[in-house]
Write a protein that binds this ligand. Structure first.
Ligand code: NAD
Ligand code: IPM
Ligand code: MN
Length: 365
């Protein structure tokens, strides 16, 4: 089943077809993990009769520093019009402290392609990966639906007296009914389609009156799904509960900023950023798929970045492109390799990126 009910692709499991996948490997460990994940993704796609036509776009900090270009119009139009999916490594480089290229490329694509669902699964793929002593077995399995097109991320606001002792920065949070409603609907629809029984919505409506919109729409939209329990949590409380009782969550829906923070916390519950995948989706359109992690500049270039997040991101990508066998095979391959203890240092091992990637590719098909 594709990630969201309105699927892209032809909906048939096994047909010979070409998947046009653009990559933006980006910065730091981004190119390392994308390069590592490609062979496994290719093998997996073949299980559904898919052949991948890759289109590697050299965008990122190097390109920006050399040319001043972040996301040139022709590249944007190409990504918008000509591809089935976009696979991103990571964007962010210490040489660009203002992060303007990442804002244009990553946030720019999310906004301009209107990829309003940021889908971030939190699954325990091997019992040793959780730092929680109490959890035995694979009992952590939930999905975060992060609103991806507004909230605090629009960079609206004002700056005054910059650089003085009286500097003032005002950042507007934007929450509009149609955009809040559609992420809530997506969360409920996904829950229903996947047999889930509860959706939890997190906000801070006790301190931020604007979040009352989320409360109202959650109640209204949830009422149309009588089989699904609606649960509200303040975001501070849910952060605590993620640690205390993560096994009770099924679907968590929240705004852009809280979804960003909670998804790293969720990753921390199941092995860290080296195993956390995400998909930026608008049903019926080409999506953007990226590991949750960033460019990890302190380990870049050492060949030790964990490629599992990128492989699991490939699994989300194939699921969305109606390649269910390939999607399942990639996840199973990661689970199998975790069981053999071939692990990069973030997971306590001493294997290289390439060794883990080879082991995963060897398990596919
Ligand atoms: P980060 O995710 O790059 O790193 C956080 C920690 O996780 C570090 O200890 C890092 O070594 C570790 N880590 C991350 N990915 C790993 C992997 N694949 N294998 C092993 N360890 C891994 O976050 P940060 O340090 O806050 O940010 C670094 C840069 O990345 C910043 O410029 C930030 O803006 C950017 N960033 C980009 C994205 C993206 O492109 N999707 C996401 C998050 C951060
Ligand atoms: C993520 C990242 C981005 C975000 C940054 C790089 C702007 O942290 O994808 O989680 O905050 O969305
Ligand atoms: Mn983040």
């Amino acid at each position: 089943m594709a990630l969201l009910p309105a699927v892209r692709g032809n909906g048939t499991a096994v047909t010979a077809r070409t998947l046009r996948i653009a990559t933006i490997a980006g910065d730091g460990v981004g190119p390392e993990v994308v390069r590592a994940a490609v062979p496994a993704i290719e093998r997996a796609a073949a299980l559904d009769g898919g052949t991948i036509a890759w289109d590697h776009l050299p965008l990122g900090a190097d390109h920006y520093l050399a040319t001043g270009e972040t996301l040139p119009p022709a590249a944007f139009e190409h990504l918008r019009d000509d591809v089935d999916a976009i696979l991103v490594g990571a964007l962010g480089d210490p040489r660009v402290p203002g992060n303007e290229h990442a804002r244009d490329i990553l946030l720019g694509l999310r906004f301009r392609l209107d990829l309003y669902v940021n889908f971030r699964p939190v699954r325990l793929l091997h019992p040793t990966l959780t730092p929680l002593r109490r959890i035995g077995g694979s009992t952590i399995d939930f999905v975060i639906f992060r609103e991806n097109t507004e909230g605090s991320y629009l960079a609206r606001g004002t700056s005054a007296r910059v650089g003085t002792d009286e500097e003032e920065r005002i950042a507007h949070e934007v929450h509009t009914a149609p955009k809040v409603a559609r992420i809530l609907r997506a969360a409920f629809a996904w829950a229903e389609a996947h047999g889930k029984t509860r959706v939890t919505m997190a906000d801070k409506s006790n301190a931020i009156p604007a979040h009352q919109l989320w409360r109202r729409l959650f109640a209204e939209i949830g009422a149309a799904h009588p089989g699904i329990e609606r649960e509200h949590r303040y975001v501070d409380a849910i952060a605590m509960e993620f640690v205390r009782a993560p096994e009770r969550f099924q679907v968590v829906v929240t705004n852009n900023l809280y979804g960003d923070i909670l998804s790293d916390l969720g990753a921390g519950l199941v092995g860290g950023l080296g195993v956390a995948a995400s998909a930026n989706l608008h049903p019926g359109r080409a999506g953007l798929f990226e590991p949750v992690h960033g460019s990890a500049p302190t380990i870049a270039g050492q060949g030790i970045a964990n490629p599992m997040a990128a492989v699991l991101t490939g699994s989300l990508l194939l699921a969305e492109l109606s390649c269910p066998r390939g999607a399942a095979a990639l996840e199973r391959a990661v689970v199998d390799v975790l069981a053999t203890n071939v692990r990069t240092p973030d997971l306590g091992g001493n294997a290289t990126t390439a060794a883990v990637a080879d082991a995963i590719a060897g398990q596919v098909g």
